[in-house]
Structures are given as C-alpha cells and as structure tokens.
Design a protein around this ligand. Structure first.
Ligand code: PLP
Length: 450
C-alpha cells in the first residue's frame, strides 16, 4: 500500500469533527484511518498493513473486496439499484431461495432486514404473535443487537445503558463448563444441570407465558462457548413440550464461520426461527433476516404480519448475497473454514496455550476461536475483571497493543481475544497470525499473579 499521511490526517480530522461512533465516549477514542482492504488484510495511510483477525465485526467471511461479489454489486447497481419490498424482484427471490436451501429443516421462508438486531426484533415479534404469549427468554453471556428488544435480550454489559425496557425478558444461564454457573466438572454434568436450570426457570415463570427462547447457537462476542453435546437438543425438547418458539441467533455463527453453513448443523438441531446477517453477504451491503419454519409462517398465511422495513430485501444487498453464496459454494469456502479450524488454527492456538500460562482455555471451531486469558490458571481468575475499563484493563490493552505492533488486528473483549479471521484465510496467513499472538501472549504472561 502507498502511504499518504496527509490524506490520513484529513480523514481523521473530519471523522473526529463529525462522526459519532458506536459504544464510545466520543472524546476518548482514536479511530484508525483505514485506506484500503483486501482479502484478510487492511492498511492505514501510514503504510502499515494489518492481518485482520476480527473480520471487521466478525462478518467479512469471504474476506475484503472479493472481485466477483464487487462485480455483482456493480452490475446490480447498473441494472436496478433499488426497488420497494412489496414487489417480486429477481435477485431478492434468488437470494431467498439460496438462503432457504441452506438453512436447516423446514426454515423455508425468508424475511429480510438490514442487519442482525432487526432480525432479532422481528423473530421476537413473530414468536409473540405465533404463541400469543408475552415473555422471551435469553441467556446471560449473549449479544443479540442494539435495538430496543434485541439489546434487552443481550446478556452482557452493553445492555446496561438501555436497561429500561426489559419487561417480558427472562434471563437464564446457558452452559459454559470452564466458568460453570452450575459447579459442574464434566460436559455431561454441565449439560444436564443447565437444562434443569432452564426447565426450573420456565416452571417458576409460568410456561404458558413464554413465547420464545432465544439463544446464539454458539455464543459469539460473549466468548465462543461451544454448547456441550445434547444441550441444544435438550432445549429443542423443552420448547416442544411447552409450545415455546425456539429461536437460534446465527447472526455471527452462520454462513461458514463454524465450518458449516450454520452452527446448528453441528448439533443436529432445527429451530423454529433462525436469525442471520453478517456472513450472508459478508456485509458488502447491509443485509440480515429471519428464516421461518412452516408452522410460524402458517400463522401469517391468512393474517397480515404486522412488521416491515423500507429496505427489506434491498436489491444491492440481495445481489451481494447471491454472489457471496455462489462464491462460497464454488470456492468451497465453508469446507476451507472447517479445514483451517481443525488442522491449522485450532491446533496452533492449543500449541500457544501450552507455552503461555496466561491462556486458561482455548475453545471454538472453524474460524471461530476464543482464548480465555487468566491471571492464574488454577483459580481461572480472568486476566482483567469483568467489564474492566481504564487502568484495570491495562493487561488486555497491552496485549492488544503488542498484536497491532506485530501487524495483527486483534479482537479483544474483556479478558478474551478471539481469533476470527475470514473463512478464506490461508494457512500461511494463520501461521503469521499465530506468531504475532505468540509474542503478544508473552506480554499477557507478564501480567499474571507472581
Ligand atoms: N446477534 C448476534 C449473535 C450478533 O453477534 C450481533 C452483532 O454482533 C447481532 C445479533 C446484531 O447484529 P447487527 O449489529 O447487524 O444489528
């Protein structure tokens, strides 16, 4: 990349003057001015190139600037840039068909949104109308989006600033053996106790008041906790027994991230509603949606669905989805993500964990991995306290700085770093990333209890 510091300074100045950033104290942030991106890399105006181990916000599953998807968006823009949602449009029909073909079971109807939070909002609305019940259950250690219902389903501190609309939301603990809420020692124990806890919570809430249980198939930002065998099947069985709609949120885990089209495929479970966004078109144009089972779709066969969006199924976004899904098929990108996880990234991270005492646990699959960093592997005390900021977060800040210095852009959340590169990342790129993580973990090691 050609350095152009003057342009970088101008970009940064206008950003600081006029762009109001997400989740941030506006005067305390220092956004990097980015000049370009391609594949698994992006670069700044100073001539620094970074291997992106975040895939943006875990969404550029096919990498940046895939030429076929860029061309498809350009072609669509030349042909029909936009059209209202009430009409049948070729790319919209085709995107829906390609998505429905890949979603599990009978999830054959697609309601399009502009992103993940709107998908969750609409799934919740569908579940409430389908069951005629008010309450929605969701897990602690989860993220479902930042709109009114989605943020209140979220089980992490991002909810706290909007925690005035929680009416109707009941939260529970999902399984997480490494930090077991149930004092379990084995996966089987964790699974059984988590299911009992869910069942007890439902009993005390009144089963007839619960419209839906919303779960990330593999919780993402909250820590990439792969569920123990049998857990999701158990939740499915509980939902069936009480007539509760089972919603799996695959906004982050879907479309190749776990080395399968959907994470649900690994666990042989079919939800009633599945929310998606991100990887559906790698975010080249905003798109999300809800895949709907025949039973829920039937509720709205003769009675209108009371929800909609001006840009639902936007042609540019749908053209990007059609091209993305074709490219993923042609280039066997899902299979590649599975291969990388099993043979390169997973083993490489486990090898780092053996040499770095600050790595308490490595978990994940596909290109969806978390390193849980600790001050003490015996007590599993996190490297920084829950939701730490400022000086309390210094060890993680030092770890992130070391990654960036080594040319790797890390995903950091609380005491974890997630290795979530594009599904197209090559073996050589993964090895490059692992060697930067190796050096940065030595910095984390220095912050452990003496
Ligand atoms: N659900 C999950 C599992 C997510 O990871 C996210 C975003 O990270 C969302 C929902 C919200 O998606 P969006 O930011 O597109 O609204």
């Amino acid at each position: 990349p050609q350095a152009d510091p003057a342009k970088g300074a101008a970009v940064k100045a206008a950003d600081r003057a006029h762009v109001f950033h997400s989740w941030s104290a506006q005067e305390l942030i220092d956004p990097l001015a980015v000049a370009g991106a391609e594949g698994a890399y992006f670069w700044d105006y100073e001539g620094n190139r970074y291997l992106d181990f975040t895939s943006g916000l875990v969404y550029t599953n096919i990498g940046y600037q895939h030429p076929k998807v860029v061309a498809a968006v350009q072609e669509q823009a030349g042909r029909m840039t936009t059209f209202a949602p009430a009409f049948a449009i070729d790319v919209r029909s085709e995107a829906a068909r390609l998505i429905a073909e890949r979603t599990p079971g009978d999830l054959d109807k697609i309601f399009f949104t502009n992103g993940g939070a709107e998908a969750v909002e609409n799934a919740v609305r569908m579940a409430r109308l389908h069951t005629g019940r008010p309450k929605i259950m969701s897990a602690y250690r989860s993220y479902h989006g930042a709109t009114a219902a989605a943020i209140n389903l979220t089980g992490d501190p991002r909810r706290w600033g909007s925690d005035n609309g929680s009416a109707g939301v009941v939260r529970f603990w999902a399984p997480f053996l490494y930090r077991s809420p149930f004092y379990a020692q084995t996966e089987a124990e964790e699974c059984a106790r988590a299911l009992q806890h869910l069942e007890d919570t439902i009993a005390f809430e009144n089963p007839n008041s619960i419209a839906a249980i919303v779960l990330e198939t593999v919780p993402g930002t909250a820590g990439i906790m792969t569920p123990p065998p049998g857990y999701l099947a158990g939740v499915r069985e509980i939902c069936d027994r009480y007539g509760i709609v089972f919603v799996l949120d695959e906004v982050m885990a879907g479309f190749g991230r776990t080395g399968a089209w959907f994470a649900a495929d690994h666990y042989d479970v079919v939800p009633d509603l599945l929310t998606f966004a991100k990887g559906v078109n790698s975010g080249y144009v905003p798109l999300g949606g809800v895949a709907i089972s025949s039973a829920v779709a039937e509720t709205f066969a003769k009675k209108p669905y009371p929800g909609g969006l001006t840009y639902s199924g936007h042609p540019l976004a749908c053209a990007a989805a059609v091209a993305t899904l074709q490219v993923m098929e042609e280039e066997r990108i899902v299979e590649h993500a599975a291969h990388i996880g099993e043979h390169v990234l997973g083993p490489g991270l486990r090898e780092l964990a053996e040499r770095h005492p600050s790595v308490g646990e490595v978990r994940g699959l596909g290109v969806f991995w978390a390193l849980d960093l600790v001050r003490d592997p015996e007590t599993r005390e996190p490297l920084v306290p829950y939701n730490a900021t400022g000086p309390a977060n210094a060890p993680m800040a030092a770890f992130a700085a070391a990654c960036k210095k080594g040319g790797l852009w890390p995903f950091v959340n609380m005491n974890r770093t997630h290795a979530v590169p594009a599904c197209t990342v090559s073996e050589a790129e993964v090895k490059e990333g692992l060697s930067v993580l190796d050096a940065a973990l030595s910095v984390a090691d220095e912050h452990m209890v003496a």
